[in-house]
Design a protein around this ligand. Structure first.
Ligand SMILES: [Zn+2]
Length: 138
């Protein structure tokens, strides 16, 4: 089995969209265009889809009476994609935590709307002005 590497956003989104629902190649390309804001040509997408199919991550499923076929994620594909989503979520989480400010007084996490004050020449962050006052009085 040739290893599947998710090396760019297009590949990542391809998996996400097919995880959500089965669709035709052209529908997928349309979605990719909308979400990435990039010009997507079929040469960006089909080699990857072929690779996914070879690895039984997706399969082609005939739908309706016409010849059009949809790409459908297999059970194996869903497990595979879930792992990638989890990995990505951890990465985002880590990044959020890394950038998170903490109240200098009570140590609570500041998601937004931090109270900023310059104390002894240093900008400090607090959750509220009371924490700021308390810190100043120390
Ligand atoms: Zn506080």
């Amino acid at each position: 089995m040739k290893e599947i590497k998710i090396t760019n956003l297009i590949k990542f989104c391809t998996l996400l969209f097919l995880y959500k629902k089965s669709m035709h190649g052209y529908e997928l390309i349309k979605l990719l265009k909308e979400h990435t804001g990039k010009k997507i040509s079929s040469s960006h997408v089909y080699p990857f889809l072929n690779n996914l199919e070879k690895n039984k991550i997706i399969r082609l499923k005939a739908k309706g009476s016409n010849d059009k076929k949809e790409y459908q994620m297999t059970k194996k594909g869903r497990v595979f994609t879930k792992t990638i989503i989890d990995k990505f979520a951890r990465l985002v989480n880590f990044n959020i935590k890394h950038n998170l400010k903490i109240c200098a007084s009570c140590r609570c996490k500041l998601i937004e709307g931090a109270y900023k004050s310059k104390i002894r020449g240093k900008v400090m962050y607090f959750c509220c002005k009371y924490c700021c006052l308390q810190y100043r009085s120390k």
